[in-house]
Design a protein around this ligand. Sequence first.
Ligand SMILES: [Zn+2]
Length: 256
Amino acid sequence: MENTESFSLKNMIVLGHGAPNQVKKVKDQGRCACIWSEKTGFCRIYPIPHGYLYDWEIIDVEVRKPSNDGRENTFIVYNYEKDWKKMYEHIKVHKNEKGNRINLWKSRRQDCIDTLRLLAVDSFSDLRDNRRSFGIIKPSIIEPFLENNREKSIQQKTLLDFDNLIMNQKDYKWIPCIKYSCSTKCNAKNPIHKSKIVEWGCYVWMKKNPNNEEHCKKVFDNYHINDNKYEHYLLIGNTRVHPKSYIIVKVLRFKK
Ligand SMILES: [Zn+2]
């Protein structure tokens, strides 16, 4: 029996999205989003139609509990199967008095930065050991690299996961990954963590010339990794099949 009782998550800030993938019941692409509020904490919602929400928008969303996903604070958008063409009935983006969508990064950048700094208290092991759905890591080292997608490697085990399956991922020769270490106390046996990035912008870039390693490597240029004028955080989230495995939803970066 599906749990059909609905409830609302209100005043939630959109922090990141997974890459789009096929939603079977509606035969269209949908994404998973990470949303947060001070009151409710981090939540995962899916599926969201591609292009429907942007990071740093504020939303109210009507959801239900999933029947086959045991991850913490993970919810399904209510009645998406029937209402896919009118999801605005369940996902309401906050607007200003002029009727424009509010984007906090544009209107209150410093508040966003302060919030990120406050949230970035966890280490990888804090999240893993408590099976938390999301967290923001302040890394002490970040090292991006491309992994050859045709070789057996870390990402294989997450390929079947609903919210990590990248559309036609087999079309990509390279998968962007990051090695990082935590700046807060971490109990993981290996202090260097290795995760793939599911930020959609990366794949949009690589798709322009998917087999050219030099081109694909440039995907990391706009992270400004070795530029000390920039501050970096990693938004990481766990996977459904392996709730102790984490992928990088977004590399948060901004000029200090
Ligand atoms: Zn760590």
